[in-house]
Ligand binder design. Structure first.
Ligand code: BV8
Ligand code: ZN
Length: 253
């Protein structure tokens, strides 16, 4: 396990990471909020996990929605509105390039993010573990729809049955979409190199993929601006903005 921090050592880390990637047959990448940070999307723990004085873990829950749906919709409508002004950054585009080089059978992008920026950048296959901010679904019937760019009322109702609709995201204390989780786990346990990009690695079961990759002997690379809960498990840590480091490693391939 090596951590390179200053630019001389960072150059070494970039070369080492490129060497490891070059030899890798099947890649899995796990991204978190940090990969969208340079697009202007606030991270969760950057604001020490607060929104309007509430802990995000307390707003993004079914209990909060039950108790105060207006508060929860205010939180999500604000984030939906913010989506209008954001674009993918070079980190997203570097991951599109990796997918192009390895091809869909040997490259899997797993994201905890709900901003849709990977798809906007051109990633073809994205496993969204925590859902999608632009999508809404009914709390009562099977209505579900992708409604990007639309500002919703403070208590939006279902066009089919008039019950409350909710963001189609996975809240804390909710199960992840089973089929997506199984695909992510299956790809992770058969990969030879696992990249952890822009995540504090504290939210489970997503963060559990890191351990799963290590347990099958995959090489682990971390891209982050600082050390995380995953840092002690990785082979090479590259510490700096993902929007610079990821394209840099791709350039060295
Ligand atoms: C579950 C969607 C099974 C919503 C999200 C009690 C009861 C039940 C469960 C639990 C419990 N206690 C704990 C749990 C488990 C819980 C959990 O892990 N909690 C944590 C807080 C400890 N998990 C769950 O509840 C999961 N479900 O367990 O179900 C179950 C079911 C019922 C009963 C029992 C068990 C569901 C988890 C999914 C929650 N939904 N998002 C929304 O977004 O509004 S999670 C949320 O956090 C986001 O998806 C986000 O992606 C994710 C993780 O955060 P990160 O992406 O890592 O973002 P963060 O800000 O933390 O870090 C950013 C990183 O980027 C930093 O490291 C920073 O240094 C770096 N960075 C910043 N800038 C840059 C950069 N890196 C590179 N370049 C830069 N420029
Ligand atoms: Zn309905």
């Amino acid at each position: 396990m090596h951590h390179f921090v200053d630019c001389g050592e960072q150059e070494a880390a970039i070369n080492q990471a490129a060497d490891i990637l070059r030899r890798a047959d099947r890649l899995v990448v796990l991204t978190g909020a940090g990969v969208s940070a340079e697009s202007g999307v606030p991270t969760f723990r950057g604001s020490n996990g607060l929104w309007e004085g509430h802990h995000i873990e307390e707003v993004a829950t079914p209990e909060a929605f039950q108790r105060d749906p207006k508060l929860v919709w205010r939180f999500y409508n604000m984030r939906r509105a913010a989506l209008a002004g954001i674009q993918p950054n070079p980190a997203h585009r570097a991951l599109v390039e990796l997918e192009r080089r390895w091809g869909p059978a040997r490259f899997t992008l797993v994201t905890q993010n709900i901003d849709g920026l990977h798809q906007a950048a051109g990633s073809q296959r994205v496993l969204e573990l925590h859902g999608r901010l632009s999508r809404v679904r009914c709390t009562a019937c099977r209505y579900i729809a992708d409604r990007p760019g639309e500002s919703l009322p403070e208590l939006p109702r279902c066009p089919e049955c008039d019950e409350l609709i909710r963001p189609d995201v996975v809240w804390f204390h909710e199960m992840l979409p089973q089929d997506i989780w199984l695909q992510a786990a299956e790809r992770t346990t058969s990969c030879s190199c696992f990249l952890v990009v822009g995540t504090s690695a504290v939210v489970y079961p997503a963060a559990g993929l890191i351990r799963m990759a290590r347990d099958v002997g995959a090489a682990l690379l971390e891209f982050n601006i600082e050390r995380t809960a995953a840092s002690r498990s990785v082979d090479v840590g590259l510490y700096g903005p993902a929007g610079w480091l990821l394209p840099e490693v791709v350039r060295h391939l």
